[in-house]
Design a protein around this ligand. Structure first.
Ligand SMILES: CC(=O)N[C@H](C=O)[C@@H](O)[C@H](O)[C@H](O)COP(=O)(O)O
Ligand SMILES: C=C(OP(=O)(O)O)C(=O)O
Length: 352
């Protein structure tokens, strides 16, 4: 059962592989292909693994009345929600153009498939993996079809409860081994009290055979770094060229300097995570030589004495003697030399 898999060609995730960064461009391109390209380049320059968009087929994602509802928001690009979303939607040709550009500059390219038609388009486009946005993770027929394509999947779980997440896992697992589930809260921007990083632990315990990740909508990078320290293997964050731009997501997005710092600090954390095994390390020898404690004689111990606990002090000694954790093992053993008060007790002084 894999806890790691190949999410993109030659890029494994999970296990001890570096955390995978999805730069969620989403709709922060303002509906402009040139801005979208600048953002792909920015994601690449900042060290992200993948530039991601959101692909919708509006007639498939929304019903008529949802498209016709007025969208009176300072973030709106049209009078109705449909007009607004249409402004932010790239055509199939534009997707091909962006995919080509991402390939030229060397960054993985994909999108969230916001409905079945978009999923089929992305499958045809041969994206490395399909992102399932939170709003589709309880759309089980869509989930089954997506899983059956055999493409790796990254599945967000905002707006869901744990019972649904268990079903998500089961449904995908039946058809596809290569998926990761992300903890996510769908609030923009996300308040710290609603982050619930501990859900990452719940997922790790409940789904030990898949990598777990985090998709964040909070401000700044600290929470995502904490997710990394908890073992998140995929981090998705919205990115922007300017947080003050019009649009629902810019405020909770990372500007380039933050994305760079997030990735840089993640690599440091990954290095520092190290091994779960506790041992004294070679690098600790200097400190141990200088300050590690030993057993010393509390009073002079004549040769032939049978040792008992009341005969020992624990001090930094010269030379270094027997380690204090071995004190109990000496009880009942004989000393084979005269030991002066305050002298270190050495292994060679103890009778076999
Ligand atoms: C749940 C979901 O799809 N969330 C997405 C991903 O995080 C968001 O980018 C939304 O598309 C965005 O916030 C919608 O904003 P508006 O409603 O102004 O187009
Ligand atoms: C909504 C999306 O993601 P999330 O649910 O992870 O925020 C998305 O990928 O479009």
């Amino acid at each position: 059962m894999p806890t790691e898999f190949e999410l993109c060609p030659k890029r494994m995730i999970g296990g001890n592989h570096p955390c995978f960064f999805i730069a969620e461009i989403g709709q922060n391109h303002q509906g402009d292909v040139e801005i979208a390209k600048k953002m792909i380049k920015m994601a690449k320059d900042c060290g992200a693994d993948c530039a991601k968009f959101q692909k919708s087929d509006l007639e498939h994602k929304f019903n008529k009345r949802a498209l016709q509802r007025p969208y009176n928001s300072r973030h709106s690009w049209g009078k109705t929600y449909g007009e607004h979303k249409q402004h932010l939607e790239f055509s199939h040709d534009q997707y091909r153009e962006l995919q080509k550009y991402a390939k030229e500059i060397g960054i993985f390219f994909t999108a969230s498939a916001m409905d079945e038609a978009s999923m089929e388009f992305l499958h045809e486009l041969d994206v490395p993996f399909i992102k399932v946005a939170s709003c589709d993770s309880n759309n089980f027929p869509y989930l089954t079809k997506t899983a059956k394509t055999g493409r790796p999947m990254v599945v967000s779980t905002g707006m869901q409860n744990f019972d649904v997440v268990r079903q998500i896992y089961k449904i995908i697992k039946e058809h596809n081994e290569n998926f990761t589930i992300l903890q996510c809260t769908s609030t923009y921007p996300l308040d710290l009290k609603d982050v619930h990083l501990n859900v990452i632990k719940t997922y790790q315990t409940e789904f030990p055979d898949i990598p777990i990740g985090y998709s964040g909508h909070e401000r700044g990078i600290n929470i995502s770094l904490a997710a990394v320290a908890m073992g998140a293997k995929v981090i998705e964050r919205h990115v922007t060229l300017d947080k003050t731009w019009k649009g629902n997501d810019h405020e909770a997005s990372l500007e380039p300097s933050e994305l760079v710092e997030l990735i840089r600090s993640t690599r440091l954390i990954e290095m520092a995570m190290g091994s779960p095994e506790k041992m004294m390390l070679p690098s600790e020898k200097t400190c141990h030589d200088k300050l590690g404690k030993s057993l010393v004689a509390k009073a002079a111990i004549p040769k032939g004495t049978v040792l008992s606990l009341d005969m020992f002090n624990v001090k930094v000694s010269e030379p270094k003697g027997i380690s204090p954790e071995n004190m109990d093992k000496l009880v009942g053993k004989k000393i084979n030399v005269d030991v002066a008060y305050d002298d270190a007790i050495l292994d060679s002084m103890i009778e076999d």
